[in-house]
Design a protein around this ligand. Structure first.
Ligand code: PAF
Length: 283
């Protein structure tokens, strides 16, 4: 596995791969890698000739300085995991390398970015669009892989791809969970032992709500999820919305779900750690 730190070097290697007709799979990450990331790499490995993983904690998508400062950085362990997973190239640039000058682009991300994470973290999705568009432009991947834990992020990235006219396939990959149901996340390492024991309540309540939804209205189901999660120690729901999976807009009634599919998206604090998860209701 080659470690690349310079954009010029990356561009050269990617041009060589493309010239020899190779399919290139890109897995963008912010490091602190776990098995969820490795599942994206495995999928990319199966579907491409060359796999590139970027490891870059992107400052422009953080709207909270403390969150950026405390985001876990584990470069050595990340490289060991990626090497073991058969990655060809890992791109680990500095902030100056990605942003030689401030990125002032404002993407017209529309309605998909206006709700939930977009409403709670102003500027976050614009920052994601900035860095992902730069990575797409540098790597020119055939396919790029994203985890469904960040369900809304995938919709935003699809929108950015449409706006910028990138010619690539976005592949969404299922959430990976710990044995107790907690969605894998780099942020989980910040939970105390006591909080870690409680955090699976998020998924457990979402899973129970699938049954509840069969006999209750959408609004009752929404309130059930919020109340059940909030009743656990350390937990506080920031939002729970049941949305149209195409537009990300909150639904008012189950019958508005397109093709009978709605997605419940939750963000909850466990102590100071902000966790996100989602679940699909097939109606
Ligand atoms: O999902 C993430 O880890 C990040 O938002 C991404 C897509 C790597 C962009 O920095």
């Amino acid at each position: 596995m080659k470690i690349i730190r310079k954009v010029g070097h990356l561009r050269q290697l990617m041009a060589d791969a493309k010239d020899s007709g190779k399919m290139v799979g890109l897995v963008p990450t912010m490091g602190a890698l776990h098995d969820g990331h490795i599942s994206l790499v495995d999928r990319a490995r199966k579907e491409n000739d060359v796999v590139v993983v970027s490891v870059f904690v992107n400052p422009t998508q953080f709207n909270n300085a403390e969150d950026l400062a405390t985001y876990p950085r584990t470069e050595e362990a990340d490289c060991r995991k990626l090497d073991g997973a058969g990655v060809d190239f890992v791109f680990i640039p500095s902030v100056e390398e990605v942003y030689p000058e401030p990125d002032t682009r404002q993407f017209n991300l529309g309605d998909v970015a206006a709700v939930m994470e977009g409403a709670m973290r102003p500027g976050h999705f614009n920052g994601v669009a900035q860095v992902v568009s730069k990575l797409f432009e540098m790597v020119k991947p055939t396919k790029a892989y994203f985890g469904e834990k960040d369900f809304q992020q995938i919709a935003v990235i699809r929108r950015m791809v449409e706006l910028e006219g990138f010619n690539l396939e976005i592949v969404d990959c299922p959430i990976c969970r710990e044995p107790d149901g907690l969605a894998m996340s780099s942020r989980n390492t910040r939970l105390t032992t006591e909080q870690r024991e409680v955090a699976p309540v998020i998924h457990n309540v979402l899973a129970k709500s699938l049954d509840w939804a069969k006999t209750h209205s959408l609004d009752q189901t929404r309130r059930y999820v919020v109340d059940e999660i909030n009743s656990a120690p350390y937990m506080e729901v920031e939002y729970y919305e049941i949305v149209n999976p195409r537009t990300m807009q909150p639904l008012a009634v189950w019958s508005d779900a397109p093709d009978g599919v709605a997605v419940g998206c939750v963000t909850a604090y466990c102590g100071k750690v902000r966790l996100i998860d989602n679940i699909k209701y097939i109606l």
